[in-house]
Ligand binder design. Structure first.
Ligand code: NAD
Length: 485
């Protein structure tokens, strides 16, 4: 299956017809960032730590501004914004600040006997100028967490927030300009023309989060300059509920994972797989959890969000087949509101199973049991996340061994993001590369091998030609590959 879901209806870039103003702005931003990098401003550890502390201050002091913007863009509640956007990013920054020095310390590695007295180290050096392109669904977290990683790596950065979450983009641009190094950290706002112009520039790394269609555009543009790329993409993340699972807890956690941010979460459980017997027991529990969390009228719940725009609202309404609705199904175009909705009797042929849902619609799909679930999952693109509810450790082991996904969450969706040392990223069509915690340092630095060999005693003499007599026999004995027993 290919990612057609969230395919942009915006046209693909044509670099020849590129907007001249956008091209000039992109070139100017990249030139300023590059000057800062080449001038050495971003490399000292003290600069990195100062910038990370300023970024933290931006989030704390600017929390009200950001919460208002998130409410305007996504109807996101202040509590949700504090947990998933502001608090999340502050934790990520704190974790980087705590470990940065030890993660950046050169790592000694052993040398072969043929290089006596030599010293070999892995030194983490900055990459240069990094481009961060962010999406609209967690517009603060997904712009600033990669930015924090890139700063920690000692890079200059150009950040391009998503124009789709317009209020947050403007707020971020203003706050970043006020708080961070105005040369080394550049913000370019805008949509396709501006991003196209940026992609024509040369970067040392591009970090893109969003849909796979644009991911391919980014990869193609990067190829021209041989720029390495991290792609944080999406796809359909399955959830399998085993008959050994605690169904009440499973229902509550699935509802939380699915309907947070009105389902507009890249790692939200996209659909549920279970046997008919388990689905029939799970259905009322899902409806009950929805009622408990958001009340009888989720439209009036302060904790329930809205769909980002009319295009996504219409797309999602088209996925709700009325005959399949077992819970919810209500919509209101004026407020881009879609009730938390559960569909039963869904098969792999239904439209809702052809694309990433990315909204508050949860299909329940019957499978024959664990073998059927594993086959179903392995027949499709490798997902960004896979969730399993089970009390049986042999089932967990089978999922670990027999399926592949960006991450595997056992008995809890979404929470793997809260563990800062778990690398976060996809596999196959759900992405390439990873970040968070130490993985951010690995992504945003180059691991340079440094070998130092003393000259006082020239131990290398053994391998200088000519090879003859005793020297030849010695070298051949030392270097010859040995048979292993
Ligand atoms: P989006 O529309 O905001 O696009 C993402 C970025 O790409 C924006 O900055 C936008 O300006 C830029 N862009 C759009 N069209 C472009 C073009 N033609 N050329 C160049 N740049 C362009 O966000 P989206 O793609 O709708 O985001 C939703 C998708 O992102 C879902 O598939 C979701 O699963 C995925 N996602 C993944 C993660 C992750 O961490 N893996 C996180 C969030 C979202």
């Amino acid at each position: 299956m290919t990612d057609t879901t969230l395919e942009t209806d915006r046209t693909s870039p044509d670099l020849r017809g590129m907007d001249a103003a956008a091209a000039a702005a992109a070139a100017a931003a990249v030139a300023r960032a590059r000057n800062a990098y080449v001038g050495g401003a971003t490399k000292p550890l003290e600069w990195r730590e100062r910038q990370l502390r300023s970024l933290r201050r931006l989030l704390v002091d600017g929390a009200d501004v950001l919460c208002d913007a998130l409410a305007a863009d996504l109807g996101k509640s202040r509590t949700e914004a504090m947990i998933t956007e502001i608090g999340f990013t502050v934790n990520e920054i704190d974790h980087l600040l705590k470990h940065l020095r030890s993660w950046l310390r050169p790592e000694r590695v052993s040398v072969p006997v043929t290089l006596p007295f030599a010293r070999a180290r892995v030194v983490r050096e900055p990459l240069g100028v990094v481009l961060v392109i962010a999406p609209w669904n967690y517009p603060v977290q997904l712009a600033l967490a990669p930015l924090a990683g890139a700063i920690a790596g000692g890079n200059a950065v150009v950040v391009k927030p998503s124009e789709v979450a317009a209020a947050t983009s403007h707020a971020l641009a203003r706050l970043l300009r006020e708080h961070l190094d105005p040369n080394a950290v550049q913000v370019v706002e805008g949509g396709v023309p501006e991003t196209t112009a940026l992609l024509a520039e040369r970067f040392d790394h591009i970090f893109y989060t969003g849909n796979g269609t644009v991911g391919r555009i980014v990869l193609e543009a990067a190829a021209k300059h041989l720029t390495p790329v991290t792609l944080e993409l999406g796809g359909k993340s399955p959830t399998y509920v085993d008959d050994s699972a605690d169904l009440e807890v499973a229902a509550r956690r699935i509802v939380l994972g699915k309907f947070t941010n009105a389902g507009q979460t890249c790692v939200a459980p996209d659909y549920v797989l279970a046997t008919r017997e388990v689905l029939d027991r799970l259905k009322p529990l899902l409806s009950k959890a929805i009622g408990d969390f958001f009340g009888d009228d989720p439209a009036s719940s302060p904790d329930y969000g809205r769909i980002i725009d009319g295009r996504h609202f219409d797309r999602l309404c088209g996925l709700i087949e009325p005959s399949l609705v077992v819970s919810g199904g209500g919509t209101d175009a004026r407020h881009r509101y879609i009730e938390p909705t559960v569909l039963d009797g869904v098969t792999r042929e239904h439209g809702v199973m052809q694309e990433e849902i990315f909204g508050p619609v949860l299909p329940l799909v019957e499978v024959a049991g664990i073998d059927g679930a594993i086959d179903f999952i392995n027949d499709r693109d490798r997902p960004l996340a896979l969730y399993l509810f089970t009390a049986d450790s042999s089932t967990r082991r089978r999922f670990e061994r027999e399926t592949s996904s960006g991450a595997l969450g056992v008995n809890i969706p979404l929470a793997h993001l809260m563990v800062p040392d778990l690398p976060f990223g996809g596999v196959g069509p759900s992405g390439m590369g990873a970040y968070h915690g130490r993985a951010s340092i690995e992504t945003f630095t180059h691991a340079k091998g440094v070998l130092t060999h003393p000259t006082r005693v020239d131990t290398t003499a053994l391998i200088y030609p000519p090879f003859a007599g005793l020297k030849r026999r010695l070298v051949e004995t030392l270097m010859a590959p040995r048979r292993k027993r």
